[in-house]
Design a binder for this molecule. Sequence first.
Ligand code: FPP
Length: 241
Amino acid sequence: MMHSLKDDKRIDPEKLPRHIAIIMDGNGRWAKQHGKARVQGHEAGARSVRAVIEACRELSVPVLSLYAFSTENWRRSAGEVNALFRLLSKYIHKEIGELHKNDIRVRFMGRWEGLPKRAVDDLRYCIELTKDNQSLTVNVAINYGGRAEIVDAARSLIKKGVAPDKLTEELFAQALYQPEFSEVDLLIRTSGEVRVSNFMLWQISYAEMQFPEVLWPDFSKEHLCDAIAEYQSRKRRFGGR
Ligand code: FPP
């Protein structure tokens, strides 16, 4: 057993990704494999959320974005949708004290409209409580869609009256949900599916992507270290040479 993730000799602390984004996929398949209900798969997935948050903090990765609920997830059964929001509130109430104690800042990314009132209240509480924390920022994407985000950014720029010839990529990025974190360095999607599924479309333009075969509830700190080591072994050229 390693004493600390920082002892992992494969990881160069000077070249950490500054922003890791994760599409947490495979909770349903995990539940099926274990003869459990889908909801129990999501509960197991929440434990992996805790593990990757801890790992990012231990390694000093500054930003972690997590895809918790997409604009398309409303198509699931009402039972599963309700269970996911119940789980989110339960998670917040159980973990927020420790997140705050560990100096973690929680942000939200997505459309507020359409969220259950309790989720809105819980999220607002987390965001306000942790707003000055500095060790790690966790961006939770809920009722999030990458195209919706781009449309919302365009709407806000039009409302501000930005002239067409004044619009630049930099200015556009400032209108995204979390303008400070408009670049993703490493995108991970678990469960072996090789798709982006409308996640952070603008921000992943130059991201390194990895699609490990592991289902989200089985994803551990060690898997995150593997992904970072692999990320560091790749050469990023951003279109240059
Ligand atoms: C994908 O698995 C997972 C989700 C749609 C939900 C992710 C939610 C959590 C991990 C729970 C809590 C989140 C937070 C931030 C506390 P799937 O159901 O699509 O799996 P499948 O493709 O195998 O059916």
